[in-house]
Design a binder for this molecule. Sequence first.
Ligand SMILES: Nc1ncnc2c1ncn2[C@@H]1O[C@H](COP(=O)(O)OP(=O)(O)OP(=O)(O)O)[C@@H](O)[C@H]1O
Length: 256
Amino acid sequence: MHEDQRPQAVYICSGKGGVGKSTVAKATSRGLKARGLNVGHFDADLTGPSAPTLFGAGTRLRILNQRIQPAISDGIPVISTGLLADADHPYIWHGPLLRGALHQLFHDADWGPLDLLVIDMPPGTGETQLAVLDEFRAIAAVIVTTPHELALVDVRRSLRMLQEAEIPIAAIVENMAEATCPQCAHSWQPFPGTAGDQLQQLLPDSRLIKVPIDSGASAISNHGNGDSALVQYLDDGGLLTDLCTLHATNPTTTSR
Ligand SMILES: Nc1ncnc2c1ncn2[C@@H]1O[C@H](COP(=O)(O)OP(=O)(O)OP(=O)(O)O)[C@@H](O)[C@H]1O
């Protein structure tokens, strides 16, 4: 049988923007790196990349011998169009150009040894998402949502796209699910809705990880190291163990 040589990847997806997907993607990369995997972080949002904020505006991609040198953050190689020198330039990618850019950003880069790529997918279901599905071999996807009903409508579309591609959903992360008063420790649900629970009814085999509104969870998305609170939430929810197990059942370390 012909072996699938595409790089192994975990997709971090959402239906809507602003739900915390990039923050969860960065925490996943850091958590897997701490577990000893050679992780690469790829920001597939070519037109609205979050990486300069997530990894530090001073972090840049370099070109050496006509090869892209990923930025390194916490020992993790990172590639994002937001880390190109002229990141403020509005990139408009269409059809074949978009696919070419994705291909080049991954294949023309010196990643070093790579066990697993964490891919921060753009929100929704469109051309970029389809191109990513073709380019990489997903061992799992993680769906990030907030509790809102409105988030659920769009996330269902993403879910169908992943299911049609037969990608297992390792976890649903319901972000900003609750808040706790720092004075009296009283917890409440700041947003109405049960998107996480409703999604788990559709996906009974996937983990449901509820992450509270937490300044520690937020800190990881603001440059550099940040706090590891979100990594801990994902770890406590079993996601990092599951991803390591999935990787171990089908390891393919490549050197690029
Ligand atoms: N659990 C949380 N508690 C507090 N703040 C959070 C939490 N999760 C994410 N945030 C904050 O919410 C903001 C949006 O997060 P993020 O950029 O990860 O969302 P996104 O879904 O990737 O959005 P987009 O697709 O538009 O890039 C960030 O400022 C982040 O720090």
